[in-house]
Structures are given as structure tokens and as C-alpha cells.
Design a protein around this ligand. Structure first.
Ligand code: SF4
Length: 160
């Protein structure tokens, strides 16, 4: 099962933001600033336009707050920090099956396929394995220190 690029991007951005404001929680030390969307995109090696769309969606979901003005940037909310990775993946992937049984040329087995049921159970097991994992969990060492290294290598003034 392969995740959509936007799903992976959302997780990468949440992970990057989780080390930007994580003081006193037993996780990696904070970087001490709210990175802009462009900075997060650069740190995580993703196109800015994709990152901007995903940031808007994460903000709409209440997982990220976009602060305006001088010193502004993206900030992970408490809901974002404790968000279930499984719930996030479900949200971004949608409700579709892992194979297209219907569509323009429906599969002739569509009305009574045991494979379809087995694949749905496997898909649910995949999500269920991710349900108890939180954003905070996935920035524990060694990932958190790696993320902090990416942030510390960035230099120059903030851009939008
Ligand atoms: S064989 Fe079954 S799972 Fe595969 S496309 Fe046809 S209906 Fe769907």
C-alpha cells in the first residue's frame, strides 16, 4: 500500500513543526522559533506550492496554527501534537479501496469478490496499526535530533 504524496507531506510537516515548539515535554528540545511554510518546505525537501496546500489543510483541521506578522510562522497546536497518525492518514487518504473495483471499466467480479473483502480488512489493519501512534511519538530519537539538525542548517531571513 502506497500513501499519497500529500499524506506523506502532511506527516513530514507535522514532524518538523513538532520540534519547533516542544519545550518541556520530554521530546527533543525546541528550535525556539516558528518556521514559515517556505522554511518547512525547504527543510523537508518538498515543493513550496505543495507544502502551502498541505499547511492550509492542516490549519483547517486545527492541527497547525498559522501566525501572522513579524515573527509569525507555523505552530503545531496541542491537537496536532497529540494527533493520531492513523487518523491523519485516514483523513488524507480518504475512504477509497486500495484497488479500483468500479470506475469506468468495472471489474466483472465486483458484485461478489472475496479478494475485495480481504483487501479491505488488510487496509483497516494498516490504519489500526497507526492509530495509537501520535505525532509526538514519531519525533522521538533518532528522528527528533535529525529534524533539529535540518532546522539548524537553515540560515537567512524568514520568507513567507
Ligand atoms: S478482483 Fe476483486 S478486488 Fe480485484 S478489482 Fe475485481 S472486485 Fe476488486
Amino acid at each position: 500500500m502506497r500513501l499519497l504524496h500529500s499524506t506523506d507531506l502532511a506527516l513530514r510537516m507535522l514532524m518538523r513543526l513538532a520540534v519547533a515548539d516542544a519545550p518541556g515535554r520530554g521530546g527533543p528540545p525546541a528550535t525556539g522559533s516558528a518556521p514559515t511554510t517556505r522554511q518547512v518546505a525547504e527543510d523537508m525537501a518538498v515543493p513550496y506550492t505543495h507544502a502551502a496546500k498541505v499547511a492550509a489543510r492542516l490549519t483547517h483541521l486545527g492541527l497547525v496554527e498559522a501566525r501572522r506578522g513579524r515573527g509569525g510562522g507555523l505552530v503545531l497546536t496541542e491537537a496536532g501534537r497529540t494527533a493520531s497518525v492513523g487518523a491523519l492518514v485516514r483523513e488524507f487518504e480518504g475512504e477509497g479501496d486500495v484497488v479500483e473495483c468500479e470506475g469506468a471499466t468495472p471489474c466483472p467480479l465486483n458484485s461478489g469478490c472475496r479478494l475485495r473483502g480481504a483487501l479491505r480488512r488488510a487496509q483497516e489493519a494498516f490504519y489500526a496499526a497507526l492509530d495509537p501512534v501520535t505525532v509526538e511519538d514519531i519525533v522521538a530519537s533518532p528522528t527528533g535530533p535529525l529534524l533539529l539538525g535540518l532546522a539548524s542548517h537553515r540560515s537567512g531571513p524568514k520568507t513567507s
